[in-house]
Design a protein around this ligand. Sequence first.
Ligand code: ATP
Ligand code: MG
Length: 396
Amino acid sequence: MYKAFLIKYGEIGIKGKNRHLFEDALVHQIKYALKPVEGEFLISKEQGRIYIEALGEYDYDETMEHLQCVFGIVGICPVVLKEEEGFEQLAEDVIEYLRQRYPERNMTFKVDTRRAKKSYPMTSMEVSAALGGRILEAFPEMKVDVHHPELRIHVEIRKKINIYSEIVPGPGGMPVGTNGKGMLLLSGGIDSPVAGYMIAKRGVKIDAVYFHAPPYTSERAKQKVVDLAGIVAKYSGPIYLKVVNFTDIQMYIYEKCPHEELTIIMRRYMMRIAEHFARETNSLGLITGESIGQVASQTMQSLAATNEVCELPVYRPLIGFDKQEIIALSEKIGTYETSILPYEDCCTIFVAKHPVTKPNLKIIRRSETHLEENIGEMVKTAIDTAETIIVDGRID
Ligand code: ATP
Ligand code: MG
């Protein structure tokens, strides 16, 4: 029965000049999200509201599902839009709305009216009261409860009359594209896809880099990372994923440095290469899935050691989360099932039995001097031979 949706978005922090940037980005993201949905839609902005109107047949559930992935949306209200033709017509429209939408009407209700069109001859209080009376006449089984109604009937008097009673929650956050771009270090694990989701939620466009170590890591492990990027891209929009062949660097470190320092030194090279790509593509920071103390390479000392090699800020949105909380989020966004597929990742193959948990920076730097002869060339080769995959989560 619905031909249109009213989109609600958070308004804090988007006053003044920023407002239209926020709204334009949101409209852009909505258009993008609806592209693969069957049907044609007209999206319009009007007085702090965004409307989506279906121009013919469309799939309601699919539309809703795609809209629920658009950051910046706080609520999605399936709405009936009517021309403004006086109170009598309005009362009839609302009664017809209830008749169609709620076959079971044995419930308490409240009418909430907002009058944006100030020329309307009644105040919003008067409209609510008069509509309440008409509803009780038409449906004696309904009862008014102004404090805790089971059904809240929203009537907004604007250019058109808006009637709605359902607000489906959106993901919140800011529309992607309103806050610059970041480079996600994406592995096949549970944490990094969630980290990417969280930063994208703040309006940041995401690029990603994955360090692949064939033949120690398989094509299936790489495909898993591409699949994870695809799930994150449902929310963030297309992701340019760099796949870096890291095998030679990893082997070289394994050969030249103490094994208990391998993970830290490897991580430092990942950060350096990620930062190179970030600068090349105008990303303003790196993003990782690290959380304090989760593993040896994520103690405060280890984080300091990996942090040291890059100048761009490193964003770690999961820093204070327990594994269980991260898992709950990954289940919510839909990455968990893919993340737990058992394909090896490049770190598990070379891990030392007793990795350093409190790396000393001076010692790490000294160990890295053992790499001087070839590492520059190897890093350059890794950068030059990286493959770029454009992952678009919304084209099914
Ligand atoms: P995740 O679940 O994200 O793999 P993890 O708990 O396995 O995390 P680590 O392996 O210590 O943690 O990795 C810490 C972070 O380093 C990851 O969250 C990710 O951002 C980055 N990282 C690790 N391995 C890779 C890789 N092969 N390619 C790209 N980034 C990686
Ligand atoms: Mg990992």
